[in-house]
Ligand binder design. Sequence first.
Ligand SMILES: C[S@@+](CC[C@H](N)C(=O)[O-])C[C@H]1O[C@@H](n2cnc3c(N)ncnc32)[C@H](O)[C@@H]1O
Ligand code: SF4
Length: 479
Amino acid sequence: MISLCVEPEKYYNEIFNLVRQFYPLEDINKEGLKFDLKLNFFIGDESVIMQYEKEDLVQERRHYYERDSSIESNERIYHSSLVKKSVKYLLNELDPSFLPWGVLTGVRPVKIVHSLLDKGMNENEIISRLKFLEISDENILRMIDITNIQRNLVYPLKKDRLSIYIHIPFCPSKCAYCSYNTQVPDELRNNISIFLKTLYKEFEALFYLIKEFEIDTIYIGGGTPTVLNIEELDIVLKLLSNISKAVREYTVEAGRPDTITYDKLKIIKEYGIDRISINPQTMNDATLKSIGRLHTVKDIKNVFEMARKFDFKTINSDLIIGLEDENLDDIKYTLSEIEKLSPENLTIHTLSIKRGARYMDNYGKYSFETIQEMMDYSKLFARVNSYKAYYLYRQKNILGNLENIGYAKEGHESIYNIQMMEERSTILALGMGGVSKFFFPDENRHESYRNFNDLKLYVDNIHDSIKIKSEFLKEIIGG
Ligand SMILES: C[S@@+](CC[C@H](N)C(=O)[O-])C[C@H]1O[C@@H](n2cnc3c(N)ncnc32)[C@H](O)[C@@H]1O
Ligand code: SF4
């Protein structure tokens, strides 16, 4: 337990996020009476003072801001970076953890590069900014490469461009590491039917506004969309066929191989979907069993073979680095099997330990070096197999303070994933728990709205949710 006090209070959240990177699984409270470590930070105009208390030891340290005249500015963000750099310096005296993302604590590092480019900065100026944030050279280069790929795909920005996300919050079983709010079998069929009726209502009510936009991409995700049976899938796909004709990309995140059948792939293909996911997570049977996925490696291979016959443009595969008991050899084996399947997209996640997940005791099992070695190997694998990183994001409590990287073979970058991560377009999300993002490019403004994450609340509040989303859509198109 860590007791954290910050003065002035306005810096609390940023410093909290930084402290959490050093002590990922500790409970951090404001001025708790019981604690293993007490940290008090006093933020001044020229320096940060840290008082810490551990067992009988009470000490105080000070660090002066390291200003950089070449990038000095009045921006709030510049000042808060100075503060965080000093806090990081002081925390490093207690714990030598390496933070490859420096003082960045957000989930969307690449978005910063887009913002700096939008302000007219050149590459050298951007690199200085990123170095100032103490981001590693490797990560800086990766951020810039990814930004260049993304800008070709989503710029120029358009106010009346829209992506549709449909959230299907059901799964065949709960995976041990996952904290997504999804429902598993028990009353599944009855709940799916209630859910689909509400989804239908939501789409119908918003359709007249949706039609006013250029529909860029559609993404049916979850959860596990292919937990729906053929009739249920048909309801969703038929509904979307009203708007899917001219989209740039249409994805069904099938995901779990134990839900994918020949008939489901057939109907998905018939409705024009060109991108699907078949997610192994690992190619080791023992791990699949221990994480609670009800499929084997053989199932993954069979489903892949089946899907290839339908000739989808892009198949994505998700993997996770850091699953329980897996080591570098396991990752090497998984990737060697993936090489044979050759998905056009490969998304490599670093395990993030979620409070809502069963899997809480993985932290501490790995040294930073082990996780880093696995990640480095996956980067090498990607390069050798002609994959390029095209999007990247971070999560809280991610092992080794690393990141998740989406790779693509050339021409297979997912536009939806870029839009969702970089927030360069409006995403209208329908379905329980779906998060919509309304984008106002002229003001560089974003508004988010989350549908209720509980079936009853989603159903009971659907009229309010439709109303709020309609208002945002009207504001965007100036209606
Ligand atoms: C929202 S899930 C949906 C995918 C689909 N339901 C499946 O499991 O195949 C998207 C991906 O997030 C990743 N993921 C989920 N929980 C994670 C965690 N705690 N740490 C790292 N990656 C995670 C998994 O790779 C998963 O495939
Ligand atoms: S990883 Fe996918 S299948 Fe597993 S519980 Fe999470 S959303 Fe469901």
